[in-house]
Ligand binder design. Structure first.
Ligand code: NAI
Ligand code: MG
Length: 357
């Protein structure tokens, strides 16, 4: 079986880490001895493309993606192009255009990685954040107006959109996911005391959907309290479901607890399978370390594991995760997690470990 993968390295370290992820995929395909193969098409979209063509991607770019089994994405954004232009022009355009409404972000302890987990058993950090990925605070509704208001009088409005359908499907997704896990617990995070329309709707839908899952334990928190709870009681959480913005922020916090933004993987899923899903690390293009060859590729390689799982190659996915854990456990670490290995060296070690498991 040949899987067609659209590869979008994007900007900065996105290009460096995607290259390493592809090496891992190639290794797996090679040793499968024809059981499966990957066929890649590379798309040079991103900020350099924007500076040359005045757009982040081809006009029919989203439609082009529909021809693939999956999309493997680096990161987007670079000084010289405003971040809201690059993000909306590429990553959000694809996520929303292909109805990738569920973004899942595992947060897990990795052996050998200096973490900040406030629990005697670091394995208690074993969560999946489920991020609503199609609406909420990132619906793009709003505008700016300064007409007739005089100097300093500009007004901007940014609305968050919560639909019953969009809210219900992501909450159901979280419950279904919880059923596949050990503890079977879903924690919902909102700010419904202050956001009295959309997030109260969210809370109501959560309570209603919960009734369909009597076997799943539930909990509800306000996001400010949850930020503290993340740090103080990691053992209390398993599946955490939240809006687009809140889960975005919480996932950076979660990855910092685990050790680094560089190790966090994510999948933008189109769960109806009506369109391809997209796999990318949580971090951005890291202009501060771009071009130095020191970026941590684990988040992107872990995202490849999520892609393998999605494509039905479950055993291979598990092996990649195991090889990552073996590598960090051997003390082969990039600088962001306290080591000296560079991007290529740590990938070499992961591939070597892959041959053993
Ligand atoms: P960032 O995630 O790029 O970097 C934050 C910090 O973490 C930096 O100090 C960076 O060096 C470090 N870091 C991130 N990934 C790392 C890795 N793999 N290995 C080692 N260190 C790593 O976030 P920042 O600086 O806020 O944004 C930079 C650009 O990336 C902006 O243009 C932003 O819009 C964009 N961005 C894009 C995202 C995406 O494509 N999904 C997500 C987040 C930001
Ligand atoms: Mg983010």
């Amino acid at each position: 079986q040949t899987f067609k993968i659209a590869v979008i390295p994007g900007d900065g370290i996105g290009k460096e880490v995607i290259k390493e992820g592809l090496r891992v995929l190639d290794h797996l395909a090679e040793e499968s001895e024809g059981k499966f193969a990957f066929e890649y098409d590379h798309f040079p979209w991103g900020c350099e493309y924007y500076l040359e063509h005045g757009k982040m991607m081809d006009e029919d770019g989203v439609e082009k993606m529909r021809n693939y089994d999956a999309i493997y994405f680096g990161a987007v954004g670079f000084p010289g192009v405003p971040d809201h232009v690059s993000l909306w022009g590429l990553r959000l355009a694809i996520c929303q255009g292909l109805d990738q409404w569920a973004n899942i972000r595992p947060v897990e302890f990795l052996p050998g990685v200096p973490h900040r987990i406030n629990h005697p058993d670091p394995e208690s950090l074993n969560w999946i954040l489920v991020r609503e990925n199609s609406e909420g605070e990132y619906s793009g509704i709003g505008g700016r107006n300064f007409q007739g208001r005089g100097p300093g009088g500009e007004v901007a409005v940014q609305s968050a959109l919560f639909t019953e359908k969009g809210t219900e499907r992501i909450i159901r997704f979280a419950f279904d996911l919880a059923r596949t896990r050990k503890r079977k617990k879903v924690t919902s995070v909102t700010k419904s005391n202050a956001q009295q329309y959309g997030m109260v709707l969210w809370d109501e839908v959560f309570a209603r959907v919960a009734k369909d899952y009597p076997d799943v334990e539930t909990d509800q928190w306000l996001v400010d309290a949850m930020a503290a709870h993340f740090v103080l009681h990691p053992e209390d959480l398993e599946v955490v479901v939240a809006s687009n913005l809140f889960a975005d922020i919480l996932s950076d916090l979660g990855s910092a607890l685990a050790g680094s933004l560089g190790i966090a993987a994510s999948a933008n899923l189109s769960p109806d399978k009506s369109a391809p899903s997209m796999f990318e690390s949580v971090h951005g293009s890291a202009p501060d370390i771009a071009g130095k060859g020191i970026a941590n590729p684990i988040g992107t390689i872990g995202s490849a594991a999520l892609m393998l799982d999605h494509l039905g190659l479950k055993e291979e996915a598990e092996r990649v995760n195991q090889a990552i854990a073996d590598t960090t456990g051997q003390g082969i670490l990039t600088r962001d997690i306290g080591g000296t290995a560079d991007t290529v060296e740590i990938t070499d070690a992961i591939i070597k470990n892959l041959s053993k498991v």
